[in-house]
Design a protein around this ligand. Structure first.
Ligand code: MN
Length: 424
C-alpha cells in the first residue's frame, strides 16, 4: 500500500498554498452567499465506484499494449483500487465483473476488509464465451433463440447475485451484446420478448434488498440492431420487471449530441434511474477518461442530479466505466474520480433560487449565466481540502508518482505480454 508518510510528506509541501487558495475561494463564495465548508462536506461525502476491470490497461479490438505491473488477478486489482482510494478518498467501493473477477467470496471479503474497500454493483458477462462453456453466445445470450442458451445466461446472472450477496453487494448490472448485424437476421420484437422473459427469471432471484440495473448501449458488438439500444428500451425493461429494476446510464452509450442530462431528468421522474457508468467520448462509445472531452456535459448531468437530489427514493450507484489504453490505469482512475467529484461540487454551487427566478421570468440569458457561473468557478481548493481532511493526497497523481507504486508491483507481478483484444 501507499505509505501514509509519503502522502503526508507530499501534502506538507502543498498545505500552505492550499490554505491560502481555500481562504480566497471561501471569501469569494461568501460574497455569493455560499458556505465553502458546506461545499467541502458535500465533496467529502461523495463517492464513485472504481471498476475492477479499469485497473488493467484496456485496448481496442485491434490491440492492447499492457504496461509494467499489470494486475494479474482480482486481488492485485483490489490493491490498485485501494491505492486510488487512499490517494483520493473518493472511491470507497469496487464494481466487480464476473467471471473475470471470480474468486472464493470469503477471500474477496477478507481482502476488501484488509484494504478498506466495499463492493458496488456486480456485473455479469454474457457477451463473450468462457473456456469450457457449454453453449456459445455468438448469436446472443439472454435473448438467444435457443432456450438452453438463454437458461445458461440466466444461471450465470444468478451466480453473480450469489457471489455479490456473499460479499455485500446490493445490485446487479446487466448489459448484453445481443442484437444483429444484418437486417432480417432476427425478429426485432421476438428477440426483445425473449430478453424480457430471461430478465424476469433473473429478477425473481434477486434478494429483497437488491436492485437490478439495465444498461443500454446504442451499438457494438451488434452493429445493425441491439436488443437494449436506448434509454426507452431500458425504461420499458425496468418498468416491466418491477420496483427493484432500474436503468443505468453509461455516458458513452448514446448517439452523438444526444441530450443526456434530459434523459437523466426523465428517468428520475419515472423513479427508474439507478446509476451511472461515467466516461467521456468524442465520437461514440470511446470509453475515454471522465471529464477529458466534454466537462460541461458532465456538469449538466450533475446539475440535474443536484437539482433533483431530494427526490424520494433516489439512490444512485455512481461507477466509472472507462478503458485506459495509453495511460497508467491508476492515474486515469484517480483523475477521473476527481473530475466526477468536481462536476458534483460545481453543480452544488448553482444558485438554485436565482435560477428558479430567471426561469420564472423566462430570462434565458441569465438562467444560462447562472449555470455558467457555477461551472466556471475553480473548485480545486474544495476538492484538495476534502482530500487533505480525509487523509488523502492534495495532489493525488504527484503522490502516486512519488510513491513508486507501479515500479514496486512490477517487481512482483508477472509481466503481461499478451496483446489480445480490448475491453468493453
Ligand atoms: Mn458501461
Amino acid at each position: 500500500m501507499i505509505g501514509k508518510s509519503i502522502i503526508e510528506a507530499e501534502n506538507a509541501a502543498r498545505e500552505a498554498d492550499l490554505a491560502a487558495d481555500y481562504d480566497a475561494l471561501g471569501a469569494r463564495l461568501a460574497r455569493r452567499g455560499m458556505d465553502i465548508e458546506a461545499l467541502t462536506a458535500r465533496a467529502m461525502a461523495f463517492g464513485v465506484a472504481v471498476p475492477s476491470w479499469g485497473t488493467g490497461t484496456g485496448g481496442t479490438r485491434f490491440a492492447r499494449f499492457p504496461g509494467p505491473g499489470e494486475p494479474a488477478g482480482i486481488m492485485d486489482k483490489l490493491d490498485d483500487c485501494a491505492v486510488i482510494h487512499a490517494l483520493t478518498a473518493a472511491t470507497p467501493r469496487v464494481s466487480l465483473h464476473i467471471p473475470w473477477d471470480k474468486a472464493d467470496p470469503a477471500l474477496l471479503g477478507e481482502k476488501a476488509e484488509e484494504v478498506g474497500l466495499g463492493f458496488d454493483a456486480m456485473n455479469s458477462n454474457t457477451f463473450q464465451d468462457q473456456p469450457g462453456q457449454a453453449r456459445s453466445y455468438k448469436f446472443g445470450s439472454l435473448s438467444h433463440a435457443d432456450a438452453a442458451t438463454r437458461q445458461q445466461a440466466i444461471e450465470h446472472n444468478l451466480e453473480c447475485i450469489e457471489i455479490g450477496r456473499a460479499i455485500g453487494s446490493k445490485a446487479l448490472t446487466v448489459w448484453i451484446g445481443d442484437g444483429s448485424n444484418f437486417p432480417g437476421q432476427t425478429s426485432l420484437s421476438r428477440q426483445f420478448d425473449r430478453y424480457l422473459e430471461s430478465m424476469k427469471a433473473i429478477y425473481a432471484g434477486l434478494p429483497q434488498d437488491w436492485r437490478i440495473f439495465s444498461e443500454h448501449k446504442i451499438y457494438e458488438p451488434a452493429f445493425y440492431s441491439t436488443v437494449v439500444q436506448d434509454w426507452g428500451t431500458s425504461l420499458m425493461t425496468a418498468q416491466e420487471l418491477g420496483p427493484k429494476a432500474q436503468c443505468l446510464v453509461d455516458l458513452g452509450h448514446h448517439a452523438p449530441n444526444v441530450n443526456i442530462e434530459m434523459i437523466v431528468a426523465r428517468l428520475i421522474r419515472a423513479g427508474k434511474l439507478g446509476g451511472f457508468h461515467f466516461n467521456d467520448s468524442k465520437y461514440g462509445d470511446d470509453d475515454l477518461d471522465s471529464g477529458t472531452i466534454e466537462p460541461f456535459r458532465l456538469f449538466l448531468v450533475f446539475n440535474e442530479l443536484v437539482e433533483l437530489e431530494d427526490t424520494p427514493g433516489l439512490d444512485l450507484a455512481h461507477m466509472i466505466d472507462q478503458s485506459h489504453n495509453v495511460t497508467d490505469p491508476i492515474e486515469s482512475l484517480i483523475v477521473s474520480a476527481c473530475e466526477i467529484q468536481r462536476a458534483f461540487v460545481q453543480a452544488s454551487l448553482v444558485d438554485r433560487a436565482a435560477l428558479d427566478g430567471f426561469r420564472g421570468d423566462n430570462d434565458a440569458l441569465m438562467a444560462a449565466a447562472t449555470l455558467r457561473a457555477a461551472f466556471r468557478t475553480d473548485v480545486e481548493p474544495v476538492l484538495q481540502m476534502a482530500r487533505l481532511r480525509a487523509g488523502a493526497a492534495i495532489d493525488p497523481v504527484a503522490a502516486y508518482r512519488a510513491s513508486g507504486w507501479r515500479a514496486q508491483v512490477a517487481e512482483s507481478r508477472p509481466r503481461v505480454t499478451g496483446a489480445g483484444g480490448g475491453i468493453v
